[in-house]
Design a protein around this ligand. Sequence first.
Ligand SMILES: [Zn+2]
Length: 256
Amino acid sequence: MSRCYEDLSGPEIATNISPSSILLLPVGAVEQHGPHLPLSVDHVIAHETATALVDECGDRLDVWQLPTISISKSNEHAWSPGTLYLSAETLMAMLRDIGRSISATGAERLVLLNGHGGNTTHLETALRELRLEFGLKTFLMHPMIPPAHGGHSAEHEMGMGIHGGLDETSVFMHLRPNEVHLDKAGRRVPEILDQNDHVKFGGSVSFGWLSNDFNPDGYIGDPTGATAEHGRQLFEQSITTLSKAMEEIRTFDFGR
Ligand SMILES: [Zn+2]
């Protein structure tokens, strides 16, 4: 049987979804990623990661894949042609409505799989809102931790491969090899931030930014060395890591 939630009938949901089920909600984005990548990057990465993860552990851990949210909070890219974005209020209201629907299925665990760094703080807030309002056990995971939130980025990117950089471009190249145009990419690392000890990506002081604050091209990092092979390794590592995390999510308890 398919583990895509929407492939089941109503009666099949009623018999297959139980308190031990985990519902996995991929959250993507449709936003500019520089001239070398299409708008779909975060949506594709979130969706394909969820699909591979459910293939890997869905049967074993009773995981069901919800339809991917493709449009989310991308207003740091509002300046660019093509970007589609929700306000923070709309995103939070949508998550609340989805949480209410999910709580009616009998499932008690909801995992958000987020492909877009601009959503992270809002999704973290939603975890608590959904816990309080619907009693769900809620979790947030990422295909890759965004560098702005303490994740990894290559040394020559000075830890600033935030958006459309080496790793993200490589993973997308692995997933959609014909949709990357590296000939249109260059190095776009905001080196001025490297002078700071605190006010920088992943530093102790956060700052508000738009993706065209650093350069007019709107990507941040250095994708010039991206390869599909590097992307394949990152993608497969993330599936291994996320699948181990799902095992903990399956049995997670507050211990009260
Ligand atoms: Zn992205």
